[in-house]
Design a protein around this ligand. Structure first.
Ligand SMILES: Nc1ncnc2c1ncn2[C@@H]1O[C@H](COP(=O)(O)OP(=O)(O)OP(=O)(O)O)[C@@H](O)[C@H]1O
Ligand SMILES: [Mg+2]
Length: 466
């Protein structure tokens, strides 16, 4: 898949332009050479260049402006700045703003060729990297469900097998673990994939409405039933019915559901005609239905009918090896959606994401990355771009340093740090203030005053000390 690299040269000195152009053409590159900065910018907007070589000092639009615009319009392009002898400071500034390298006049063409070859190699590597990443994504992407942990691989295997049959499946797992994604994957891998998959959220409707929603109703069955209406079971005929939050259904609906599961037939609300359906049922719940059945709050016979094949989705904190893979996936999705070029997380963010427990599981991670991409300003997500819960899961100093954004007066930064540090030491001391004061090297009285100032005192303690 070799492609001749495109190189753009922007320099107002004709001799310099011609020498660079000849030297690089001899190396087999496609060369465009342009005299002015504004024409150079136009060319960058209209074409893709692997490398842009630009003089820093140009009349009107100068090299730094070209650098800035090119970074925005074409982030993959590598930029090499040419500087005059003695203007290293500008060159350093250019590097700080994202130029890949600089070369100082006068220079030999051999020197320039070496740098350009390095830049081209780097571009190729980046492309290769993207290609490899896509391959990895494919490998760990099962119908949009991303995961490489053994636990998720087991889920994928089970889904593949169970999809082929018509058995009822009960998907369990905490909120945000991907239950709906799995229900879809089962349907779309099953022989019923060309028929409908109909979803009902059982928690969203009160008992009587849910009954009518599931089984339909006859005209005049209840006030407001102006005409006959088919229920979700009928609409799902030949396809799949996904009953989400099944743990929430009332005892009456439980009985009706049991009958459909056993006999595949029912009557519409207010009707006498028995209707037969051919429906594959998938249910999901966050609840532990077995326990509920033992307690008596869920029918045991229904539980066994639903739980023919159980699929359990483990919480994200028990499969941390999936976190960075999911992050890559969401970064890609949201940066494309928001038209931003964000490929990286800072090291601190990686550390935070791997440490955090994610009570809201993959949904919480997805929301955090969406927020990170929205707030991110410099191509790399930083801790302060993340929600507070995640940002504060590491130790106090780290947290404070990162949230303060380095723009606070020292006194307020110190007091934020002191509050965090003091509360952490009290925690370490198991709430024992005398021990905490000793650990902090201050008197108990000073500690008490600090606690009061920082609002670290519980009401009960206040009464005792005052
Ligand atoms: N393994 C995964 N790969 C990619 N995206 C995922 C994965 N798991 C969950 N998600 C995403 O997380 C969000 C929540 O997933 P889903 O709605 O399937 O969870 P759920 O278990 O049904 O949650 P709830 O119990 O709150 O209804 C969705 O946006 C989904 O696309
Ligand atoms: Mg759900």
């Amino acid at each position: 898949m070799y492609r001749t690299p495109n190189i753009l040269i922007i320099d107002d000195e004709p001799l310099m332009r011609i020498s660079i152009s000849d030297a690089l053409k001899a190396e087999g590159y496609n060369i465009t050479s342009i005299e002015s900065g504004s024409d150079g910018l136009k060319a960058i907007m209209d074409n893709f260049y692997d490398v842009v070589i630009t003089d820093i000092r140009l009349p009107e639009v100068d090299g730094l402006q070209i650098l800035k615009k090119c970074r925005q319009a074409s982030p993959k392009t590598k930029i090499l700045m040419i500087t005059a002898y003695g203007s290293v400071e500008t060159a350093v500034e250019a590097m700080r703003q994202g130029a890949y390298d600089y070369i100082t006049k006068p220079f030999s063409m051999d020197e320039l060729i070496i740098i350009v070859k390095r830049l081209i190699r780097l571009r190729d590597l980046e492309d290769e990297n993207i290609y490899l990443k896509e391959k990895i994504e494919d490998k760990y992407n099962f119908n949009g469900i991303i995961g490489k942990s053994d636990k998720m691989k087991d889920v994928f295997e089970k889904v593949k097998v169970v999809a082929q049959s018509d058995t009822t499946v009960l998907i369990t797992g905490e909120s945000g673990t991907g239950k709906e994604l799995v229900a879809n994957a089962i349907h779309y891998n099953s022989p019923r994939k060309d028929e409908a998959v109909i979803k009902v959220s059982c928690a969203a409707l009160p008992e009587t409405l849910l009954e009518a929603e599931l089984f339909g109703h006859e005209k005049g069955a209840f006030t407001g039933a102006l005409k006959q209406k088919k229920g979700r079971f009928e609409l799902a005929h030949k396809g799949t019915l996904f009953l989400d939050e099944i743990g929430e259904i009332s005892p009456t609906v439980q009985v009706k559901l049991l009958r459909v599961l056993q006999e595949r037939e029912f009557e519409r609300v207010g009707g006498t005609e028995t209707i037969s359906v051919d429906v594959r049922i998938i249910c999901a719940t966050q609840r532990d239905l077995k326990k509920e059945a033992q307690k008596g709050s869920f029918r045991e016979d229904l539980y066994y009918r639903l739980n023919v094949v159980p699929v359990f989705l483990p919480p994200l904190r028990e499969r941390k090896e999936d976190i960075l893979l999911l992050v890559e996936h969401f970064l890609d999705t949201y940066s494309k959606q928001m038209n931003k070029s964000i490929k990286n997380l800072s090291l601190e963010v990686r550390e935070l994401l791997l440490k955090y427990d994610f009570p809201g599981n993959v949904r919480e991670l997805e929301n955090a990355i969406e927020r990170g991409v929205t707030l991110c300003r410099d191509g790399e997500i930083q801790p302060w771009d993340l929600p507070e819960d995640i940002c504060s899961c590491c130790d106090a100093g780290f947290k404070v340093a990162n949230r303060l954004h380095y723009s606070e007066p020292l006194s307020s930064a110190l007091s934020v740090f002191e509050k965090q540090y003091v509360s952490r030491v009290i925690e370490e001391a198991g709430g024992n203030k005398t021990l905490a004061a000793r650990m902090l090297g201050i008197s108990r009285k000073t500690l008490w005053e600090k606690c009061k100032a920082y609002g670290l005192v519980k009401e009960k303690e206040k009464e005792m000390e005052d």
